[in-house]
Design a binder for this molecule. Structure first.
Ligand code: AKG
Ligand code: FE2
Length: 263
């Protein structure tokens, strides 16, 4: 089967013609305007059901971790002002299935490696090139948020994030975000704005994300979180993780934290 045919089985191209220059330009305009790109029904129905089955099959191999951290993903400094918005402590807990547990033939591997998809991402995100992680765990991950699990407010270390919703929870598990507050490259951070978000004096934007939705966003500049899941049905989401430099590995520390092993 050609790559062309395979990507046709995966991406709902009648709604999202990702190989069209006009569509790439349209998505690039959208993400510039809104700082986030939310593409509903990105996957074909067949592909989504296949991935739901895969996600459920792998669920008992997920590694669960819980972490207390600050919004910049550091440890809270107990000797400094605990009320400083950059030193507040939040909690993140979720389960993770690393890349090496996925079947080679998984539609996720085919999508992740597809030149059409990578070309779309590069065009939309204005990237010169993108590369997989060179460790065996970090490129594609299934994330499971069981009842009461969440991701606390944070800025990502990576400049951009790509997620694919596989199963949304019935209650809770909402993606909340704001589109200002930090400019990483200019070393700018607006603490009072962030404080108002943490204190809920300013309400964030909310994305109600259905299964099959692709999200692209600049997670290093935009504060975001996942609210605690309140239903028995877990929230299951895939992160597709690329790097702008070839040969990048996730640090051993981070791999131990998120996957429970380094290889
Ligand atoms: O689960 C999500 O929707 C967001 C994931 C996220 O923000 C992260 O993994 O850093
Ligand atoms: Fe994030």
């Amino acid at each position: 089967m050609s790559v062309m045919n395979t990507i046709i089985d995966i991406v709902n191209q009648s709604k999202h013609p990702i190989d069209s220059d006009e569509y790439i330009q349209y998505c690039n305009d959208e993400i510039k305007k809104n700082s986030i790109l939310i593409l509903n029904d990105f996957l074909t129905n067949d592909c989504l059901s296949e991935l739901i089955t895969e996600a459920h099959g792998l669920q008992n191999q997920a590694f669960y971790c819980s972490q207390n951290h600050t919004i910049l993903l550091n440890k809270q400094d107990k000797l400094s002002d605990l009320n400083d918005p950059l030193n507040r402590e939040v909690v993140s807990d979720k389960g993770c299935v690393p890349h090496d547990l996925l079947n080679q033939q998984s539609k996720l591997n085919i999508l992740y490696q597809s030149n059409i998809f990578k070309n779309f991402l590069k065009g939309v995100l204005n990237l010169k090139d993108i590369y997989p992680y060179s460790d065996t765990l970090s490129s594609i991950n299934y994330n499971y948020y069981q009842k009461s699990q969440q991701l606390g407010w944070h800025f990502d270390n990576a400049s951009f994030a790509i997620t694919l919703m596989i199963q949304s929870s019935d209650k809770g598990g909402e993606f909340e975000y704001v589109s200002k507050g930090r400019n990483f490259s200019e070393n700018y951070i607006n603490k009072s704005y962030i404080k108002d978000i943490l204190d809920r004096k300013i309400l964030p934007q909310k994305a109600d994300v259905d299964a099959g939705t692709l999200i692209l966003f600049y997670g290093r500049n935009y504060l975001h979180r996942v609210t605690p899941v309140e239903s028995k049905k877990p929230r299951i989401l895939v992160t597709l993780n690329y790097n702008e430099e070839e040969g990048t590995m996730l640090s051993e520390n981070a791999r131990l934290t998120f996957f429970g092993r380094i290889n």
